[in-house]
Design a protein around this ligand. Structure first.
Ligand SMILES: Nc1ncnc2c1ncn2[C@@H]1O[C@H](COP(=O)(O)OP(=O)(O)OP(=O)(O)O)[C@@H](O)[C@H]1O
Ligand SMILES: [Mg+2]
Length: 317
């Protein structure tokens, strides 16, 4: 079983607004609502890939009820802690004439100490039945910054491998707990290592630097694929490139890549094969409107078109 954790679950409203302009009045030509938040997107993608997954986290108020109803409607198993405050709503505006997208994310509810304790208990109850846990996205107010690190350490005791995907202080703290996998995009990776990447050389060295900060398998995603150093062969930097596709939307493509990586590891694929599959999932997801939506057959067809280049690098002690 795979667990996904979404502490800041949301209802994602996606509006299609042609010729979107700030300060103007618009009419949306298409509107979709779905359960969202990074962990939930990963759970949806894992379900599309046919893997057993259970989504957990916090859900509050009528928005929380809708999140759970949407997930149940998609047959994504879920077991959320209900909280007193209202879960957030996120809005994505897509301009179909340019492909440009604008995201507006709310802060989310405050979680009480008692609710947090309920969550700890729930996760540790689920852990013995799990192999991998994905901890992804922002944290609501009231949760300590080192909470993801605490979860990683707790899950480790149950032999559960972890993938953490978050930003800022939460991620820095999580790295200290040595998660098994991380998959930041370029901006997030820059923030973690504390400098900007200007060229391919910078990107190639980034996964090694992230490993030095605590991660085991480090994957840095780009719009073309990813750069990675895996624990099983830390001398090698892998540059993985997806075939070029014309994206419909790239929202949630990183979450689809995470699902691909976890799915591949869950069935026991080796590192390079897992990365190939992950990048195929990220790329395929750009062909669908909803975040974390994948066509498994199309992924299988894309995998062979993903290219991997291995670069030997000097040992960093
Ligand atoms: N413009 C694009 N065209 C084709 N594939 C893309 C494009 N953008 C992203 N992808 C695919 O999606 C994967 C992840 O992309 P990206 O680095 O943008 O993730 P992200 O920023 O974490 O996304 P999100 O947080 O919205 O899920 C890439 O490895 C690539 O395979
Ligand atoms: Mg991402």
């Amino acid at each position: 079983m795979i667990i996904t954790v979404t502490l800041n679950a949301a209802i994602d409203n996606t509006l299609s607004v042609p010729h979107f302009r700030l300060g103007a009045r618009h009419r949306a030509v298409d509107k979709r609502a779905a359960a969202g938040g990074k962990g939930i997107n990963v759970a949806r993608a894992l379900k599309c890939l046919g893997q057993p997954v259970i989504a957990t986290g916090f859900a509050g108020g009528v928005t929380g009820t809708r999140i759970i109803e949407y997930l149940t409607g998609e047959s994504v198993l879920n077991d959320f802690v209900r909280i007193g405050e209202e879960s957030r709503t996120s809005t994505v505006l897509i301009d179909p004439t340019t492909g440009e997208q604008t995201e507006i994310n709310e802060h989310g509810p405050r979680v009480s100490e008692a609710e947090l304790e309920l969550f700890r208990e729930k996760l540790m109850y689920l852990a013995p039945g799990a192999d991998i846990c994905v901890i992804a996205g922002s944290i609501p107010k009231g949760i300590p910054y080192d909470f993801y690190g605490e979860l990683v350490s707790g899950l480790k005791k149950h032999g559960v491998a972890t993938l953490v995907d978050a930003e800022g202080d939460i991620m820095s703290h999580a790295l200290r707990a040595e998660p098994d996998m991380i998959a930041p995009n370029v901006n997030e990776a820059e923030e973690m290592v504390g400098r900007e990447f200007v060229d391919a050389e910078d990107l190639a060295s980034a996964p090694g630097e992230l490993r030095a900060l605590g991660a085991k398998d480090a994957v840095v995603t780009t719009s073309e694929g990813c750069w990675s150093v895996l624990d099983e062969d830390a001398q090698k930097t892998l540059h993985v490139t997806a075939p070029e596709l014309d994206p419909i939307t790239t929202v949630g493509s990183g979450d689809a890549l995470v699902a691909g990586l976890v799915s591949a590891r869950y069935i026991g694929l080796g590192g390079e094969e897992a990365l190939r599959y992950a990048v195929a999932c990220g790329a395929e997801s750009t062909q669908h409107f909803g975040a974390g939506t994948l066509d498994r057959t199309a992924v299988d067809q894309l995998v062979d078109r993903v290219e991997i280049e291995a670069i030997q690098r000097p040992v960093v002690s």
